[in-house]
Design a binder for this molecule. Structure first.
Ligand code: DC
Length: 226
């Protein structure tokens, strides 16, 4: 296949808590690829909008932010740091408040449209892992490899509670929050969370990270053409 790309694009979609972030990171590091965490792009926009006092509804002010937001990624050892207009927002975008708000902003067609071109151009570069909700279906349906990770809401809540406790943070309403966010992400009109028809679906509920990772690495290596 003639292509100007410098390597394959790997799309990894799925809900929060499916193991997607951890696995995307390990996979990107295994192949020496760039990692584009598209959720962090929505989170950064939500952070910026909230700082400006904007509500999650379509407005000219929100469009201006979405069109001018510059979100970049850079490896810092094991950490894939996230920069919003050059400011390191890696920690600030991970609060529960931003988790909930980002899903509301991400439901707006205006926001999705404004953030699409940048994600697509990163996907077109190749040698990249993109993780999100709609990479295989909307952002880059031509991805050479598409995976959709899932796990039951109960297992995902347990994983999140463990993470919060390890950080000494309160872990209330986690299951209810996961169910509410899933519902918003799956039922929105534009680019809802769903597996592409040609995606490999992996249920990680009862699998450890290494097993999932090895399965994916095996599949990619065999099909990368040497
Ligand atoms: O993956 P995450 O939890 O960091 O994503 C934060 C929110 O952004 C999530 O609720 C859904 C939304 N999102 C999206 O709609 N499309 C993407 N490609 C990535 C994230």
């Amino acid at each position: 296949m003639a292509s100007k790309k410098n390597g394959p694009t790997i799309a990894i979609d799925g809900p929060a808590g499916s193991g997607k972030s951890t696995i995307s990171k390990l996979l990107a590091r295994h192949f020496g690829f760039k990692l584009v965490d598209t959720g962090a792009i929505y989170r950064s926009l939500a952070l910026w909008a909230l700082r400006r006092g904007l509500a999650p509804q379509e407005s000219p002010e929100l469009l201006a932010l979405a069109e001018s937001a510059k979100v970049d990624f850079a490896w810092d050892g094991e950490i894939n740091r996230v920069f919003l207009n050059k400011e390191d927002v890696s920690a600030e975008i991970r609060t529960e408040e931003i988790s909930a708000a980002s899903s509301c902003f991400a439901a707006l067609p205006m926001v999705r449209g404004a953030l699409l071109a940048r994600q697509r151009s990163l996907a077109e570069e190749g040698s990249v892992v993109l993780e999100g909700r709609d990479i295989g279906t909307v952002v880059y349906p031509d991805a050479e490899f598409k995976f959709f990770l899932e796990a039951s809401p109960e297992v995902r809540a347990e994983r999140r509670i463990k993470e919060l406790k390890a950080k000494g943070l309160p872990a209330d309403n986690v299951l209810a929050d996961i169910i509410a966010r899933d519902k918003r992400d799956r039922e929105r009109a534009v680019a809802p969370l769903k597996a592409a028809e040609d995606a490999i679906i992996i249920d990680t509920s009862h699998m450890d990270i290494t097993t999932v990772l090895n399965k994916m690495i095996g599949h990619i290596t065999i099909n990368m053409g040497g």
